[in-house]
Design a binder for this molecule. Structure first.
Ligand SMILES: C[S@@+](CC[C@H](N)C(=O)[O-])C[C@H]1O[C@@H](n2cnc3c(N)ncnc32)[C@H](O)[C@@H]1O
Length: 236
């Protein structure tokens, strides 16, 4: 296994299926999105950069809450879906491996990067670029698969930073990075962020009846995500 995910837009082939899965499924609608939206706080009148925006489920909600949303994704089909869901936003196809040269320094109030960092090879460079475009008094919200959950699933050493290939329940074949919690914290520090708050979201009570088995497991074991809020380190 090579130690890179590469630049192929893996989600393009199943972008529509991802939308179907993430729209109301327990993982995204009842666990990740509520946590990240809570960490983002009040967005009315604020600009939000939606990194790896996917099919626009966040963008739609952020627009409804009064935010001006700019976003990008590596997958052209995701961007089509996103434009349909949040027509007032500005979205483009862009790979986070490239510089965000279309965004000036300190130009956005909030950066949201939900469930995408595990696909990025040079994460420190990408995070530095996100810090550059964030206002000095802005905030950054990041979510990723819970490192304990991915380690329980894949085995091996918890501490190894490595690429794995996996087939998810809907048949999606994906390559992504495994990294311990310490690695994510160190990458944020190297990129010039200070972590303010970290959550290990459990599913919302409303989802108990819709998916009882997963609800019970996700309420007991760290098999879902973690979400954190960081701010630019003023000393760097
Ligand atoms: C699990 S989905 C999350 C989508 C959205 N953030 C959400 O939570 O609903 C991961 C997304 O990351 C995007 N992605 C992966 N690697 C990327 C990269 N290098 N640059 C930009 N987007 C990327 C994929 O195309 C996909 O839309």
């Amino acid at each position: 296994m090579s130690d890179a995910v590469g630049s192929h837009p893996q989600y393009d082939a199943f972008a529509d299926d991802f939308l179907d899965h993430a729209h109301s499924g327990i993982h995204n609608a009842h666990c990740d999105r509520p946590a990240c939206l809570e960490l983002l706080g009040e967005v009315d009148g604020r600009s939000v950069l939606d990194v790896a925006c996917g099919p626009g489920l966040y963008a739609e909600e952020l627009v409804a809450r009064g935010a001006r949303v700019v976003g990008f994704d590596q997958s052209p089909r995701m961007i089509e879906l996103c434009r349909q869901r949040a027509p007032s936003g500005e979205f483009r196809v862009h790979d986070l491996a490239e510089r965000l040269d279309w965004l000036p320094d300190g130009s956005v109030d909030r950066v949201l990067f939900a469930l995408g960092i595990e696909y990025v090879d040079d994460r420190v460079a990408a995070l530095r670029e996100l810090r550059r475009v964030l206002r000095p008094d802005g905030a950054f919200v990041l979510s990723r698969p819970h490192p304990t959950g991915t380690w329980l699933h894949h085995g091996g050493s918890y501490f190894d930073v490595r690429v794995v290939e996996d087939v998810w329940s809907r048949g999606w074949r994906l390559r992504y990075w495994l990294a311990p919690l310490e690695q994510t914290c160190e990458e944020l520090r190297e990129a010039g962020f200070l972590i303010e708050r970290l959550l290990e979201p459990r599913p919302r009570a409303e989802s108990a009846d819709t998916d009882p088995e997963r609800y019970e497991r996700m309420s007991r074991e760290p098999t879902a995500f973690l979400a954190l809020r960081a701010v630019p380190d003023p000393r760097r």
